[in-house]
Design a protein around this ligand. Structure first.
Ligand code: C5P
Length: 303
C-alpha cells in the first residue's frame, strides 16, 4: 500500500446568515461557501497503529490525539467498512489554525479521500458525503469545493453558479476563536433584544446575481456574515482590522466563518499585493495571506 497524499482547500463564507438556535444546539444556516487557494496537505501511510503528526504554521495549536478531526474521520470510515484504522496521518498545515477557515474540517475531508484510496474502497461520493456530514457542518463542502450554497447546519449542499476568479487577502489574528463561543455570543447578543428573533435565513439574491455575473464589485457589496458582531464583541480588535481594509479600498470585507481571520475581496493581484503591505504596515494582524477562489475540493496529489 503506497502512501496517499490529498490536498484540501480552506473555505470562506461569502454569506453566513444564522437562524435561531435549534434544540440540538446547532443553528440553521443559509450560507454560500467558496473554496480558496490556501491548502493543507494530508498524507496517510499504512502503520502498526493510528497516529498523527502535524507540521506548519501554528501546528502546535492542532490536537495530535483522538480528538483531531482527521483521526475521527479515519476511525469513522474504518468502522463503516470493518477495517482497523491503522495509519500514520501526517498533516502539513497551510490553512490558518482556528481561523474560521475550516482547517480542521478540511483535514477530515482529506482523510476520508486519502483512506478511501489507501484501502482501495472506491466508495461513491454520496457515501463519503454522509460520513463527512456526521463529522462536522463544514466537512462536506471541503470534499466538493468550488462555490456552493449550504443549508441546514451547513452540511446540505447545492452547487452555486459562479463565474470568474476572485482575489482575496486574509488578515490572520494572533489567537484563534472558538466556534461554539462565537455562536453563543451571537445568542447572547440576540437575547438582549427580546422579540428580535431572526427570520428563517435565506440565500441573498444580490449575492447570487453577482456570482453569476462574475461581478467582483457587486459581490464585495453583497458579502454578509451574521457572526461578525459576535466575533467583534469577543475580539474588538477585529473591527479595526476590517476598517483598515475598507479604508484601503477593498471591494468588500468580511469575517471568515466564526473568525478571527478577516477576508478582503480585491480587484486583482496588484491590489492584493498593495493591501497585504498596508495591513502588515498597520500592525493590525499577525500575518497576511493572499489567495484566489474558487478552487476544487479535496483531491489526491499525484507523485
Ligand atoms: O459542526 P461543527 O462541529 O463544525 O460545529 C462546531 C460548533 O459550532 C457546534 O458545536 C455549534 O456550537 C456551532 N455551530 C452552530 N450552528 C451551525 C454550525 C456550528 O451552532 N450551523
Amino acid at each position: 500500500m503506497r502512501p496517499v497524499t490529498v490536498r484540501v482547500p480552506a473555505k470562506i463564507n461569502l454569506q453566513l446568515s444564522v437562524g435561531v438556535r435549534r434544540d440540538d444546539g446547532y443553528h440553521d444556516l443559509a450560507t454560500v461557501f467558496q473554496a480558496v487557494s490556501l491548502y493543507d496537505d494530508l498524507t496517510v501511510t499504512a502503520a502498526r497503529r493510528l497516529r498523527v503528526t502535524i507540521t506548519g504554521d501554528h501546528a502546535g495549536g492542532v490536537p495530535a490525539d483522538e480528538t483531531n478531526l482527521a483521526v475521527r474521520a479515519i476511525v469513522a470510515l474504518a468502522g463503516r467498512v470493518g477495517l482497523n484504522p491503522d495509519v500514520h496521518v501526517h498533516v502539513r498545515k497551510g490553512i490558518p489554525v482556528a481561523g474560521g477557515m475550516a482547517g480542521g474540517s478540511a483535514d477530515a475531508a482529506a482523510a476520508l479521500v486519502a483512506c478511501d484510496a489507501l484501502w482501495g474502497l472506491r466508495l461513491d461520493r454520496t457515501e463519503l458525503m454522509d460520513v463527512a456530514a456526521e463529522l462536522g457542518s463544514d466537512v462536506p463542502f471541503a470534499l466538493v469545493g468550488g462555490t456552493a450554497i449550504g443549508l441546514g447546519r451547513g452540511e446540505r449542499l447545492m452547487p452555486a453558479l459562479a463565474r470568474g476568479t476572485y482575489h482575496w487577502v486574509f488578515a490572520l489574528a494572533e489567537e484563534g476563536l472558538s466556534t461554539p463561543a462565537v455562536y453563543a455570543e451571537l445568542d447572547r447578543l440576540r437575547g438582549r433584544r427580546p422579540g428580535a428573533n431572526p427570520a428563517a435565513p435565506n440565500v441573498s439574491e444580490a449575492l447570487m446575481t453577482a456570482l453569476r455575473a462574475g461581478d467582483a464589485a457587486a459581490l464585495g457589496a453583497a458579502l454578509t456574515n451574521d457572526l461578525q458582531p459576535a466575533a467583534g464583541s469577543l475580539r474588538p480588535q477585529l473591527r479595526l482590522t476590517m476598517e483598515v481594509g475598507r479604508e484601503y479600498g477593498a471591494l468588500g470585507a468580511i469575517l471568515c466563518g466564526s473568525g478571527p481571520t478577516c477576508a478582503f475581496l480585491v480587484r486583482d493581484h496588484e491590489q492584493a499585493l498593495d493591501l497585504a503591505v498596508a495591513l502588515s504596515a498597520a500592525g493590525v494582524c499577525r500575518s497576511v495571506k493572499r489567495a484566489h477562489g474558487p478552487v476544487h475540493g479535496a483531491r489526491i496529489v499525484d507523485d
